[in-house]
Design a protein around this ligand. Sequence first.
Ligand code: FES
Length: 178
Amino acid sequence: MTQNTDMRPAKNARRKKTDADKKRWNPDIVVFACNWCSYAGADTAGVSRVQHEPHFRMIRVMCSGRIQPAFVLHAFEKGADGVLVSGCHIGDCHYIFGNERALEQFEITKNVARLLGIEEGRLRLEWISAAEGARFAKVIDEFTAEVRKLGPSPFRARHPGAVRAKDTGAVGEEKATA
Ligand code: FES
């Protein structure tokens, strides 16, 4: 069996920005991803040079069970237009039942968000494995399109002083507390 050793970038890896791209409003999306599956899935998408929307910041947590409603609501408070929670598929959690806990917490988050007037489309939960780079890209594209359709978060409008996700400089990884 021969291995593909062609290291050149895929032909369509870099798409030129069209005028429509430049005029389009781009949402600020926060993605919470578990270290073992979804974060690795995003990495797989990058390594495989799968094209996807770039308008998101990723916060890595050890397990999706760690993602409490307060985390998601805080992201909205800070100016996120949409929040994606992702973790290992049910049965694959490295901490056995962390993603089942994530599911429960996500239901609570959705209820609180509804009470606050945040549309349901701004919140999403997805299970993405480390091997599913293409799926990660698809989810990001779909979610970005959905949030773009909804427009800027009403929660952000009610908090004009809110800091946009991209201005916090603290995203990328969960911060360790001293
Ligand atoms: S380790 Fe990925 S969801 Fe628990």
